[in-house]
Every structure is written in structure tokens, then in C-alpha cells.
Design a protein around this ligand. Sequence first.
Ligand code: URA
Length: 243
Amino acid sequence: MERLQKMLAHAGIASRRKSEQLILDGKVRVNGKVVKELGTKVSHSDTIEVEGVQLEKEQKVYYLLYKPRGVISAVSDDKNRKVVTDFFDTVEKRIYPVGRLDYDTSGLLIMTNDGEFANLLTHPKFEIDKTYVARLKGIPKREDLQKLERGIKLEDGMTAPAKVKLLSADSKTGKAIVQITIHEGRNRQVRRMFDAIGFPVQKLSREQFAFLTLKGLNAGESRELSAHEVKLLRVMAETGKRH
Ligand code: URA
């Protein structure tokens, strides 16, 4: 559900302000009825008319981006840094990222113009698995990683149990590569989890989101999700299935 004036603005009818005026002037109908109340919630299944002309329903699009490091997970940046939508110059729809990856984190990010889908995938109660590969300073022991598997106390509360696997360790450089799967999405969560056991993350990449991987893509490349993949993600979120 979206506010009516936002839906009009998104559909390119007018700015948010002018859209509000159109509503106040009684020029907007929802399912045949004039609506003058600002903030009325509408969904994409509602029929909306502006001055008697029906709104084109924007076709929904879904992409998987391999976000490089050094890019902001947003549609604009006040410091003029590169943002994830810069990789979609030829896409005319207003797409935005589903959740976010830190500026310094690379990896898998879904982009869409479907707000309901984005809400579904980011809502904590749907517990979608996300797998990260981290390069750590120091080599953790089995019992260090077990703390993350059990759940660890961070300043915003205990983390849910994670799946953790040591992929490699180099005693010469004193670095380890660890794979970790979590289904929460708190701010800088993976970095904070490894900080909490004393092994700071030097490099982080999200390799998997549910069943989606980065296979076939280089950093900065994207592909469209298939209708089947979109449907599966929806079903997973709605049924609470994680893989
Ligand atoms: N955890 C982090 O610390 N950073 C991310 O970008 C994603 C998860």
C-alpha cells in the first residue's frame, strides 16, 4: 500500500506537491470514487483516474546487481558518491535497492520498483538467509566461531544463531576467510558480529540471498530476475521457508 500522492508522483503525473493539489481539487478518483483525502492508501490493484484518465500501471521490474565496493546502496547521495542506481542508466523505471549493503561491502543486491516485494523481502519476520564471505584479521578458533553459531550479544541485542564455516586460514599473513549465513539484517551486522569475537572484518561480500547467487556476474554487472525467481522469493517470504 502506498499513499495516493506518492503513487501519482511515481507514475509521473506531477510532483508530490502538485499531486496533492490535484487530490484536494477533487480531480482524482480511486475505483470510481472521488478521493479528496491526502494520504489515502492505495495499492497497485486499485484503479486510479486523474481528470478522467486512468493511470498506466508501471510495469514491475526486478534485477540482481553485483554491487562493487565503494558504492552507496541508495538512489542518490548528497556527497555525490556513486550510487547503485548509476548501474541502471538505461532503465527508465524508478528502481531502488531492497535493503542495503555497506559502502565497503560488495555483493548481491536486489533492485526493483515493486515496493510490496521490497517490504516482503526485508521484513525481519520472513527470515531470508543471506550468506556472506568475510576476510578477517586474525584466525578464529572453532570455539570463537561457535559463539556466532549460538548467537552473540551486540549493543542492539542477541543475534539469532548463524551458520559459520572457516573456508581458509593463512598463518603467514594471519588472515582467515570465513563464510557466514544469517537471516537478520541489522545495520553492519556481520562486521559487528566478528568485532564482538575479536576478529575484525577487512573485506566483506554478500555471496547469496536466499537461492540467488552472483554466478555469471562481475562486479558492477546486473541481470533481470526471471518471473520464476521472483515468484519463488515471494513464496519463500510468505511461507517462511528459508532456502
Ligand atoms: N553486514 C555488514 O556488516 N555489512 C553489510 O553490508 C551487510 C551485512
